[in-house]
Ligand binder design. Structure first.
Ligand SMILES: Cc1cc2nc3c(=O)[nH]c(=O)nc-3n(C[C@H](O)[C@H](O)[C@H](O)COP(=O)(O)OP(=O)(O)OC[C@H]3O[C@@H](n4cnc5c(N)ncnc54)[C@H](O)[C@@H]3O)c2cc1C
Length: 800
């Protein structure tokens, strides 16, 4: 061990070994992995080693696919056997809803380029796995590249391959303390002190403590997990092939062959956390005692699915812990305020995801950005609110127990809620508000009578009529929306204007005006779709999505210039928007003097009894105002606005209505039409770029794109011949049986009474009138490219 390395990885499980391998492979030879005990000594040694393709987040599914492709390569590179059994795998559905969902998931896979899957009948499933009882099975999805690995062999393969690329590994050496230095970190270990520019927390079961060493409280907790290995099963002795890795979604189990027996793993509803503050340092290779009473229900289902198990004994029980984040996806990336500290934690399927995590993190460390859109596993998707232990326990427990339970797009899960509430929450709840949660904050979805219950569904929700009424209130009179669920940053200081010009690709608004502002990465991809307000040239606001707060703050900090203050007002400032032809009338009744804000104008004014900041902005395509007030004014402002609009039929609305209204205007939103995986030219965001500016972050790459042949795909609006179900996102789009794009978002346009989708399609097909098809909940539907903004294409209503 030398005294200085460019990067030090803490933890020799599958994740740390993969990070080390990728760093070294991408050219950083001066890298070290430090392991407290011996390689694999955390949860890696006792994992079931299963690799299967499904993940609810398509970007994570794509990274899993990368890992699966990588596994044979590291075996070859290292010369170390990983015991890869690519048996193929099946995911089985036992209810009509689940079967529908699986068919949709299959189409999503096609969209993201995973093309070795197919749907199978129960009979086929029975043939592929002769020990399977197909009772109650309606269908399944077959994936060619699924199976299992030898876990210890795999960790050693990553480690050996890393060493071949020049990396070093030190075992039996615990990291005791971390100290931030002027250019990195001092790593104090049992065997001495190491200086490094970058330190990577890949400490698995100990991630919490290694986070705390740097003053970081990670939202992660271990949970116990059981699998059994059976004695030899005579039926398996008789066949000359291995049965596939099989996931029984209704049974909460996964199964793979283990020699001539099987390994059966269980995700039980009655879950159990283990060492929420992280494993003890002296924890060795022990396992927990099996607790068959707690998992009895799921065990019975497993034995019914594989009846041969009833006739043989259990050879081994494993009850061991591994770590989970609140949404089950890894916590990866840099931590704001801790330059050079990187997370590779909460990887709950390290053998499946470890390759993708290692690749993305190594790219991030070396190049400044990962190649893929990895927001779904970015540690910055959680803020301080997620440090609370009860929140962590409730959400990680919920994820664990629902590991094989589908969540419908219109389903709201209860764990860790309600946590953050805008002040008018109780009044709005009494008015029938139904809530969703974003970054811990409750946001209104729609309003309905007390007795109404929404049914989770992939099809149009039974809340459809309530949303329709809210949309028509906006189009015909005026709707009131709680807009607390946005982030607001105040930018002040002598350098504010120069910094905004540097970080935003757009022109800056004049005093008293607001402007849409794309933010780009150095590679010229999108980094934000923000709104800038210039209140008076000395105070500016950046407004964006609430759940991207920490993500944006980290970006701002990484691109900071002198004499700039960024103050996050997101929990201090809340507000309401008014939208609809009568919105001016309502606001004029309670402001002091005439309302003469131009479209995209903004100003400070008295609204009722409150002093508020008002912007004339519209996401619905109607005349509209956003009224921002202090949190203490929220309840009063709502009352004043409702009272002022009572005789005009003002109606409270939620974000479900907003999503329908904006779709009729072809207004894109973040995480659908705009992501860090797409470019301005692909998405039409380039029209907001100010090409006259000397330079701004991403200007070089964006101009290269502008001056090239143009993007290969473009964002379009589609009118869909749908029936009872609308597109939601990632559905594949076809032209003459060739996949030519995918849906970014979709839904029903209640004013136009049509189903719409926005989609990225091959450029040559992005022409008005092109006929395409799109798969929606398993059915192929006709879809036609139409001109943007089917509602009010000239924007007359919005501009007034
Ligand atoms: C019963 C069971 C079945 C599973 N089945 C599967 C499966 O089928 N497929 C799958 O993909 N995953 C499975 N998993 C999950 C898998 O085990 C984990 O995702 C994976 O092991 C996580 O790896 P890791 O490297 O993040 O953490 P760990 O394996 O916990 O490694 C962390 C390492 O860091 C070291 N360390 C910690 N602190 C320090 C320190 N201060 N100094 C130096 N070293 C330190 C530890 O000693 C340890 O070796 C299963 C887990 C269990 C428990």
């Amino acid at each position: 061990m030398k005294s200085h390395y460019r990067a030090v990885v803490i933890g020799g499980g599958v994740v740390g070994a993969s990070v080390l391998y990728h760093l070294a492979k991408f050219g950083w030879k001066d890298v070290l992995l430090i392991e407290r005990s011996i390689l694999t000594a955390g949860s890696s040694w006792h994992a079931a080693g299963g690799i299967h393709a499904l993940n609810a987040d398509p970007n994570i599914a794509a990274l899993q696919a990368y890992t699966i492709d990588l596994l044979p390569k590291i075996e070859k590179e290292s010369g170390q056997s990983i015991g890869l059994h690519m048996t193929g795998g099946m995911t089985l559905a036992g209810t009509p809803d689940r079967w529908e969902w699986l068919q949709s998931a299959y189409r999503t896979f096609q969209s993201i380029g995973i093309d070795d899957c197919r749907l199978i009948t129960p009979e086929e499933a029975g043939e592929l796995c002769p020990i399977l009882s197909t009772d109650g099975i309606l269908g399944g999805m077959w994936a060619e590249r699924e199976g299992y690995v030898d876990t210890t062999g795999t960790v050693h393969a990553y480690a050996s391959a890393a060493k071949k690329h020049g990396a070093e590994i030190v075992e039996k050496n615990r990291v005791i303390e971390l100290k931030q230095t002027s250019n990195g970190w001092e790593v104090r270990t049992e065997k001495g002190i190491v200086q490094t520019e970058h330190v990577i927390n890949a400490a698995g079961l100990w991630a919490k403590q290694v986070g705390r060493m740097a003053g970081i409280e990670l939202p992660v907790s271990p949970l116990n997990h059981h699998y059994l290995i059976s004695d030899t099963i005579p039926e398996l002795e008789k066949i000359d092939f291995e049965v596939p890795m099989t996931v029984d979604l209704e049974g909460f189990t996964y199964m793979r062959q283990d020699q001539k027996g099987v390994l059966l793993g269980i995700y039980e509803v009655d879950h159990e956390h283990w060492m929420v503050d992280g494993a003890p340092w002296e924890y060795g290779f022990e396992l927990q005692q099996e607790d068959t009473d707690r998992i009895e229900k799921e065990l019975i289902l497993g034995f019914e699915r594989y009846p041969a198990l009833k006739n043989v004994g259990v050879k081994t029980w494993v009850n061991g812990a591994f770590t989970f984040s609140p949404d089950g996806n890894p916590l990866v990336g840099p931590v704001q305020g801790k330059p050079g500290y990187w997370c590779a934690c909460a990887v709950m399927a390290g053998f499946l995801q470890g390759g993708g995590v290692g690749k993305s993190l190594a790219e991030w460390i070396i190049n400044g950005e990962p190649e893929a859109d990895v927001f779904g596993m970015d540690v910055s998707r959680y803020g301080d609110f997620a440090q609370n232990k009860r929140f962590i326990k409730e959400t990680t427990g919920q994820f664990y127990s629902r590991r094989f339970i589908m969540t419908y797009p219109n389903e709201q899960l209860p764990a860790g809620r309600p946590l953050k509430m805008a002040p008018a929450y109780s009044d709005m709840t009494s008015a029938g508000c139904r809530w969703g949660a974003t970054y811990g904050l409750e946001i209104p979805l729609y309003f309905a009578p007390k007795e109404f219950k929404e049914t989770p569904s992939l099809r149009r929700s039974n809340a459809f009529d309530f949303v329709a009424q809210e949309c028509s209130a906006v189009r015909e009179s005026v709707g009131l929306l709680d807009i607390s669920g946005f982030s607001r940053f105040e930018i002040t200081g002598k350098g504010a204007e120069a910094w905004l010009n540097h970080i935003m690709a757009s022109k800056l608004p004049a005093p008293g005006r607001a402007r849409l502002a794309p933010m780009l990465s150095e590679e010229g991809k999108l980094k934000g779709d923000l709104t800038i307000f210039n209140w008076d040239n000395s105070s500016w606001w950046i407004m964006g999505s609430y759940y991207l707060r920490d993500w944006h703050k980290r970006w701002f900090a990484d691109h900071m210039l002198n004499d700039v203050n960024v103050c996050d007002l997101s929990d201090k400032i809340v507000g309401f928007s008014l939208s609809g032809p009568n919105s001016t009338k309502v606001l004029e009744r309670i402001i002091d003097g005439p309302l003469n804000l131009p479209f995209m104008g903004c100003g400070i004014m008295d609204v009722g009894l409150m002093r508020a900041k008002v912007g004339r902005i519209s996401v619905t395509g109607e005349l509209g105002y956003e009224i921002h007030c202090n949190a203490v004014d929220h309840i009063g402002l709502r009352k004043e606005l409702l009272k002022a609009g009572a005789d005009l039929g003002i109606k409270e609305i939620g974000f479900n209505a907003l999503l329908s209204l904006r779709l009729e205007k072809s207004f894109g939103i973040w995480n659908a039409e705009f992501t860090q995986g797409y470019t301005p030219a692909e998405t039409g965001m380039d029209r907001w770029i100010d090409w006259t500016k000397d330079s701004f972050v991403g200007s070089h790459a964006a101009s290269v794109e502008l001056n090239g042949n143009g993007p290969n795909r473009r964002l379009v609006t589609l009118e869909v011949n749908a029936d009872g179900a609308d597109a939601s996102g990632y559905e594949p789009i076809w032209s003459n049986d060739k996949m030519v794009g995918f849906v970014t978002s979709g839904g029903y346009g209640h004013t136009m009474k049509k189903s719409y989708a926005m989609a990225l399609v091959d450029t040559e097909l992005a022409k008005e009138g092109t006929d395409l098809t799109v798969h929606i909940v398993g059915v192929e539907r006709k879809a036609t490219v139409i001109a943007p903004s089917p509602y009010d294409p000239s924007g007359k209503a919005m501009r007034g």
